[in-house]
Structures are given as structure tokens and as C-alpha cells.
Write a protein that binds this ligand. Sequence first.
Ligand code: ATP
Length: 561
Amino acid sequence: MEAFQLLARGVTFNKKKYEADISLFSNGQRETPRPVASGELPASLDFFKYAKGGTQQIKTSVAKPIEASGSGNNQQIPSKKRKRDMDDSDSEIEHYPSKLPHRVTTKGERVPARAETFVEMQKRFSIAGNVMRNLDGCGYSEPTAIQTVGIPILAEGRDLAAVSPTGTGKTLAYLLPIFARLKTPVSSQEDRPGVRAVIVAPTKELAGQIYNEAQKLAQGRKWRIVLFSKATAATLKDPSVRGKVDIIISTPMRLVASIQAGDIQLDRVQVLILDEADRLLDPEFASQVEEIVGCCSNPACQKAVFSATLPAKAEKTVLNMMNDPIRVVVGLKDTPLPNIKQSLVYVAQPESKLPTLIQYLTSPLGYKPPVIVFTSTQARATSLLSELLLAGVMNAEALHAGLTKHQREECVKRILKGEVWVLITTDVLARGMDFGGVCGVINFDWPESVQSYVHRIGRTGRAGREGTAITYFTDEDAPYLKSIANVLLQSGQSVPDWMIKLPKPSKMKRKQMGRAQREQPSVGFKGENVGRSLALRKKDMIAGSKRRAEKAEVGSEDEED
Ligand SMILES: Nc1ncnc2c1ncn2[C@@H]1O[C@H](COP(=O)(O)OP(=O)(O)OP(=O)(O)O)[C@@H](O)[C@H]1O
């Protein structure tokens, strides 16, 4: 069957009409890789001989949505885990906005009372009328769980470490209190204290998205919100310009470059937010973030961190930076919401991933666009795009850190306009990005960590919508299955018994796996193996794309960050 798929690549073929002929290639048996979440242990994976012991499914019940009254059911969670989280908590509440039940655990001294509606928040925290109208304009009628709890905490000036699943509205949970705390735009104040709030995010794309959200809320008033780039950083060198800035949104590297050049001071910052905090504490960013935190030297500076995942070590670090903090966890840590239907698909060999994906994307039954496909490296994203285009997959694009700023921005615009059906990317887009209505995520390459898995699949199933997440795994990935299988189990999905019984890979093995993922060769057969005419088409396509990239380059002003 695979041979048939390879030979037929790039050819439009009515598979339904010639079903009988196709079946000749499959030797009467379909070898199509299949989801194993509900299946048996593939013989080649039975390293530990679990198959004999049966492949009984573990099935935890999926949380039932609770009624708007808010009385009711907890998400079903393994009892051991539930106990651990409850021991942690000072209070436990449930919330239901966006159609999903959420269990909320808070820990800390004198936790401010939650606010059930935006109107209640306006009354308690004197939120400006225009911000309320803008909320309405965005279609936000009731707060999500993290908003009901997080907004009062921040609006009352407390430090906060918040963990809430992907797509549950964390951005608004910190933007709204910033506007409440800053009260009036700096331009209407006499002393022009400048830069009063700083939001740090790990990628330019995410910083840009937060900026757009902040602008939507700020409409109608003279808030000065700056998305930090080389160009804006240059204009802020002038103290009279800087003095009029309310909020800066930046990646760590860009902000630190300005701090080190003496072009910006953060000593009057009143609110510092670290979005995707655990990522910001990775070695790549940690020293820069430390420097930013150190420069926000105002003793009254309020600090808050947000993420869908916060491993224990990162949590300890952030809590140490804070003053009398409150910790909030919505749902279970590191656990996707049950509205994302997850499956693990066994594909045996790395070479089988491509035909499996092509079959999925060209199936006569169709798939629901748009989908996001994650690869482990930029080179694999680029080569996978070439292969998909050759196979006739429509409206596919690749977006990764190897593109210029202009190319990345243009691609994001096309995604937001709905012009991209298949977006191939790397972990650069795994966190925070909110492309409304993404129907599915495909992990073409195995994610390097549980956190990466949770954030990748969180690009779908946002704001209470449904989504699907498919993860391919090969024989080589099998030793790392257990941790992801546990995530599925914890979020209420079916997982075969043998997966849970697999031994946990050591730290050393996990490191090796990360290296192996990054060292994978390009995807596909590099032209010469798929026939001369296809190779020529591929060459033309690459030349065309280079020409377009060069053309785009002319218009681009700032390629850094
Ligand atoms: N109160 C609300 N009512 C309806 N939709 C909302 C509300 N708050 C936020 N949203 C929408 O929910 C979506 C997800 O929000 P957001 O991007 O802030 O999620 P997040 O929790 O930060 O996710 P991630 O962990 O992936 O960064 C956005 O499209 C946003 O517009």
C-alpha cells in the first residue's frame, strides 16, 4: 500500500472509483497505520511482553459539563492525583464558562474573592467604561475560570502564579487588571512617569498577538502600548517619548538589548507579566528574564506569571521572585482539556509518516481545515512542505524561525485570514498562538517533552471549541510513549494498558531523544527517487519560492529578534 501511495504522489486519483485496483496493492490487507489509543500493542513494540497480559483499556470517564448553576461535578481524575492537588489548596471552586467544567485550586494568604461577571469586576475595580465596551465588542460576555479568579487577584495588586489550560483566556486575565491598575493613560498625567507595565513573551509572534489583544481593549482611549522591536526601541531612546508609554510588550532578548544599551529604564514599572513563564525560565532565556526582573526595581512592582504548564522547578523559581504570592491552578497541571480528542498513531518507521500524512490530507473523506502540523526542525518543516505541495495538498505553508520577520508576519496574516489550510511549523508556534478555529493538530514528529505536547495540541480546542490532536509515533519513539500516554489518561482519554505499564525513560534517555529528534534528516525522498518530472517540478517550485522570498525581503525592515 505504501508503494502505491509513493508512486501515486502528485497525481490526482479517484481512489473510490479504483478501489478494487488499489486493493491489489494492499494484498487484501490494509496496512494503514492506525490509532492505537483504542487498539492492541503492535508486535514490534512488545518489548516488555505485555501483550500476553492482555491489552485491556484503561478508560477514565470524561468530565461531564456542569450546569450553569455551577453546582456539581469535578472533572474525573485519578484519585492519587486528586488528593495531591487538594492537599495543596486553600480553596476549591468550580467554574463553567466556555461550556467546560473547570476545577480551580488556589493557594496563598488572603485570596481576594472571585468575581463572577465582568460587571462585578467593573464595580469592584473601577474598570473604565470604554474597556467594558471593548470587551463587549470582542464578544466576551462572561469571564472564564482563570479570569474570575485571576482578575481580582491582580486588580487587588497581589503577585500571582497562574496555571490554566491552553485556550482558556489567560491573556485577558492579565490585560484587564493592568488597565484597571494603571487607571488613566500616562499621557493624561502630569509627571509622565513612562513605562508602567511590561509584558514579556518568548516569541515575536506571541508578543504581536498580545499587542493586538491589548490594542482591542484599549480602543477609544489614549493608552500608549508599544510592541518592542528594533525600530520602536530606537524611538524610545528619547526620554520624552518614553515618558508617554504605558505598556511595553516584548521578547526577552529585545528588551535586554535596550536595557544594556541604557536606552530604557524599568524602575517605575508597576506591573510585570511573564507569559509562558516556564518557557521563559528555560536556559535560552533565563538570564535575560532575570535581568528584566532585576531592572523592575520598584519595591511595589507587582509580578505575575502565566502558563498552561509550570513544572515544579519553574514554579519554585517564580514563587521566589514574588512577594506574598497566590498560586492558582485551573484544572490539573500539565493537562489538556477533554474537548481536545487526542490519539496516538503507530507508524512503525520514520519514512511511513509522510505517506500517512499525505493520505490523511488527501483522503476523499477529507479532513477539517485548518490543521497545524508540528515538525522537530525548520529543515523538516521546509522539506515536508515541498513534499505536501508535490502531493497536491492545497494551501499548505511553513512557518518557522528561519524565515525573515516580514515572511513570518505575512504568513501569520494569511493564517488569520483563513487562507492557510495546512500550516507546517516547529515549536516556535507551539505556545500561546491563538489562530481561532484550528480544527486539528498533527504531531508529525514526536514532541520533546510533555510541556511541548500540551502546548502543541493546545493550538486547537480553544475557547471551549472541539479539536483533534493526532501524534505519530515510530518504533524509535516508543520508549517515550509513557509520559504522553499519561497526559491522555489524565485528560480523560482511553489509553491501552501496555502504554501505561511502559517504564519511565530516564532523564539521560529523554535528553538523547531530544537530540535524536533534532538530528532527523529532511522529510521525503529528495527528488531523484520520485522520478525526473517530479524532481523538475520540485526544482521549479523551490526556485519560485526563493524568488518570492527575495522579493519579500526588499519590503522587510527588521529581521532580528
Ligand atoms: N471571557 C471570554 N469569553 C469568550 N472568549 C474568550 C474570553 N476570554 C478569552 N477568550 C478567547 O479565548 C481564546 C483563547 O484565549 P487566550 O489566547 O488568552 O488563551 P490562553 O489561555 O492564553 O492560551 P495559551 O495557553 O495557548 O496561551 C482567544 O480567542 C480569546 O479571544
